[in-house]
Design a protein around this ligand. Structure first.
Ligand SMILES: C[S@@+](CC[C@H](N)C(=O)[O-])C[C@H]1O[C@@H](n2cnc3c(N)ncnc32)[C@H](O)[C@@H]1O
Length: 285
């Protein structure tokens, strides 16, 4: 909800400018799981605004994020590759980010990659600020998203908040042979949030995860059911030789909040679209 409010304010501001090249594209309507607070940093730029995103449960952890203002150039929407990650942070990303903070000890000395992290790669950033991790690579297939992530990295690097030895970002398309082969077998953990619903790219996502991971590596995937799409992903992953643990209840706070939302926010909360499941994928030996 916070994110929605924030974007809405931006939309109103831009409306005054009567910029005919901008239009609002879909913004999620529900809600977050109340895992992060957002403080405005009062530094608005042409393309977005800087905010401080702070974990509510682990408040010593916060990062500066820049959000696009929720308005995309019509030309960009029509011509550039998948813009779903440029609009807003989705609940799965917040849940993954929270989960990484909660379990930050599992990343010790590991190489971690986030796939399809969108315009913030919040989860990968949380690993980078909280864990004694060797390396974090933040990726997405969308160029604009990665430009934004680069700026976010620089700003947080300057603020000295990273604990990780190395934090970087690059465009990584799951269906691009060169992107994937350059990093083949490099990672101990690959993670992603809400990336399973793209019918066209599901098989390449499975393939990319498999190839990016070293033999004993694991993938951590959060995504809502979104119809049958999570199941379809699991089927493909099993065929590709992964064994999968599927968790519906992985955290007490989130389970409780989920029940509360189901009862009290019937109009905006749709379990099918909003409640993230956790999948842990392991390569079978
Ligand atoms: C629904 S968004 C999720 C973004 C972010 N993880 C979140 O939950 O807020 C899906 C993301 O996948 C990225 N994506 C889609 N297809 C891709 C592909 N073939 N290769 C790499 N990234 C892709 C999009 O650019 C987008 O950022």
């Amino acid at each position: 909800a916070e994110c929605w409010v924030f974007l809405h304010r931006e939309v109103l501001r831009k409306k005054h400018l009567k910029d005919v090249h901008l239009q609002q594209v879909s913004v999620r309507r529900f809600a977050s799981f109340n895992l992060f607070s957002i403080e405005d940093q009062n530094t608005e730029e042409e393309t977005g605004t800087w905010v401080q995103y702070r974990s509510i449960f682990y408040p010593k952890y916060s990062v500066s994020l820049r959000f696009h203002n929720g308005l995309l150039n019509v030309k960009d929407v029509l011509t550039s590759f998948d813009n779903t990650g440029n609009v807003c942070l989705w609940p799965s990303e917040e849940v993954l980010a929270y989960y990484c903070l909660k379990h930050n000890e599992i990343f010790r000395d590991l190489a971690v990659c986030e796939l399809g992290g969108g315009m913030t790669c919040l989860a990968g950033l949380m690993v980078a600020i909280s864990a004694d991790v060797k390396e974090v690579l933040l990726t997405d297939g969308n160029e604009k998203a990665i430009k934004n992530v680069n700026e976010i990295i620089t700003r947080n690097q300057n603020a000295g908040v990273f604990k990780a030895q190395k934090v970087s970002s690059c465009i990584l398309r799951w269906d691009n042979e060169t992107d994937v082969s350059q990093l083949e077998g490099h990672f101990d953990i690959v993670m992603c949030a809400d990336c399973l619903f793209l019918d066209q790219y599901r098989a390449s996502l499975v393939d990319a995860i498999k190839r990016l991971l070293q033999p004993s590596g694991k993938a951590m995937v959060f995504a809502p059911l979104r119809g049958n799409t999570l199941n379809q992903f699991c089927n493909l992953a099993e065929k590709a030789g992964f064994s999968i643990q599927r968790h519906e209840n992985y955290d007490e706070h989130i389970s409780n909040f989920h029940s509360k939302l189901k009862n009290e926010e019937k109009d905006t909360y749709e379990e099918n679209l909003h409640y993230p499941f956790l999948l842990i994928l392991t390569k079978q030996r």
